[in-house]
Design a protein around this ligand. Sequence first.
Ligand code: HEM
Ligand code: HEM
Ligand SMILES: [Fe+2]
Length: 480
Amino acid sequence: MLTSIKTNSFEGNKSKELGMMYFRVAIILFGAQLLFGLVAAIQFLVPGFLFEVLDFSVARMVHINALVVWMLYAMIGSVYYMLPDETGVETVGVGLGKLGFWVLTVAVTIVVLVYIFVQVGAGTEASIWLIHEGREYIEAPRWADIGIVVVVLLFYWNVFASYMKGKQTGIMTVMVANLLALAGLYVTGMFFTDNISMDQFWWWWVIHLWVEATWEVFVGTLAAYALIRLIGAKREVVEMWLWIEVLMLFGSGILGMGHHYFWIGTPEYWWEIGALFSALEPVPLIAMFVHVLYDWGKEQGAHEAKGEAKGVITNGPAMAWIVTNAFGNFLGAGIWGFFHTLPQVNIYTHGSQFTAAHGHLAFFGAYATILIGMIYMGVQGAYGIERLRATFKSKMGIFLVTFGVMGMTIALTVAGYEQVLVERAELGATWNAFFVAQELPWYVQAQMWRAIMGVVTFVGFIYLVWDLLTIGAQAKKAQA
Ligand code: HEM
Ligand code: HEM
Ligand SMILES: [Fe+2]
C-alpha cells in the first residue's frame, strides 16, 4: 500500500508531482486536526481529561491551526496540479517549489511540537517570537510567520512566472490576481499592537477576508477547472460564471466584514454596513450552487442525446465531493452564516456554540469538500486513469464524513439554542449564567452527540484515506 503513495504516471510532469507532495501532507494534517478535535470534544464532557498533559486550550489551538494549514497545503497542491493544464507549460521553478515545500513542512512540524510541549508559561515578547502569537486560527510564532511569507513568495513567483510564460486563461487570470490578495492579507495578521480592538480589527482582515472573499474566489476557480476536466463543461460558460462570482463575492464579502465589528469597540456605523453587506453574502453562494448543477445537468443531457453509453463524469469520487461542496458551501456559509449575521440576532448568539456550528459546517462545506475532490483528481492523474469510479470505500468515506459533520453541526446548533434561551435571554448573559447554561441537560446531551458524531466523522476519514491509498492501483488493474 505504501508504494502506492509514490506511484505516478505524470510522465515527467514535475508540477503535478509537486502538487501531490502538498496533497499528502494536507491529508496527514487533516487527520491530526480531527484527532485533536476529538480530544477537545471529550474535554467538554469530562473536563479533567488529559488536564495538564494536553489542555483544552492547546487541543483546540492545534485543531483549528491544523485546519487552516492543511487547507493551505491542499490549495497550494491544487494550484501546482492545475498549472500545467491551464497554462500549457511546465511550472517554471519546480526546484524552488520543492525547496518551499520542505522549508514549510519542517517549520510546521517544529511549530506543532512547540505548541504541544510548551503549554504554559509567561506571555512575553519572546513568546510571540518563539511560541505563538495568540491569534486564533493563525497562531504561528513570528519566526514561522516570516518563513511562511518567504515560502509563499516563492510559490507566488512560480505561479506568476508560469502564467506569464504560458497561456493566460480566464481561470488563471482570476487565480493569479486572487492569490496576490490572499497572500497579502496574511501580512495584516502579523504585527503587534497593545490595543485589543485594533488587534482584532486587523486580525479579521485575515480571517474574514480569507474565508468570505479570497478563499471563496479560490474555490470558484477550482470548481471552474474541475468542471472542465470532470464533465467537459465549456470553458466560455464556466469562465463567464466565474467572473460574475468574483464580482458578487468581493461585492458582498469585503464590507460584510462589518459583521465581526459589532462588539469589538469599532464605531457603530459598522452595524448597518455589516448587516447589509453580510446579508448579501449568501447570494453568490446560491449562484455557485446553481452553476455546478446547471453545468452538470447540461453536459449530462448533451451526452445522453448523443447516445453515449458511458456517463459524462470522468472521476466519480471527485465529482461527488465537488457537488457536496456546492451544497455545503451554500448551507454552511450561506444559511448557517445568515442565521446570526444581523446585529439583532447576533446580540444573542455571539460567541455561542451556534458560532461553532456555523464554523464547522462552513469550513467543511466550503473548503474541505472541494479540496478532497482535488486530491481525488490528483490520484486519477497519478495513475493515469481515464475514468475513476467510486468504490465502496469512496462512498463510505464521503457518506460518513459528511454525515458526521452534519451531525456535529446540528448538535452544536441545539447547544447554541439552549445558550441563547437560558444564558442570554433568560439569565441576562452574566458570568454565572454562562455556567448555569453549560450544566443543563440540553447542553450536555448536545455535547455528547457532538462527540459521537465526531467519532463517525473520524471513521469516515479512515475510509477516505484507505480509499485514496488503494483506489488508484485498483482502477489501474481494471483498466489494463
Ligand atoms: C466559507 C465561508 C465561511 C467560513 C469558513 C466561516 C467561518 C466562520 C468561523 C470559523 C467563525 C468563528 C470565528 C471565531 O472564531 O470567532 C465565523 C463567524 C461568523 N460568521 Fe462565518 N464563515 C463563512 C461565511 C459566512 C457568511 C457567508 C456569513 C453571513 C452571511 C457568516 C457569518 C458569520 C458571523 C455573523 C460570525 C460571527 C459569529 C459571532 O458573533 O460569534 N459567515 N465564521
Ligand atoms: C472529529 C471531528 C471533530 C471534532 C470532535 C471537533 C471538535 C471541536 C471542538 C471541541 C472545538 C472547540 C469548540 C469550542 O471552543 O467551543 C472545535 C472548534 C472548531 N472546529 Fe472542530 N471538530 C471536528 C472536526 C472539524 C472539521 C471537519 C472542521 C472543518 C473542516 C472543524 C472546524 C472547526 C472550527 C472552525 C472550530 C472553531 C469554531 C469556533 O470557535 O467558532 N472541526 N472543534
Ligand atoms: Fe465573516
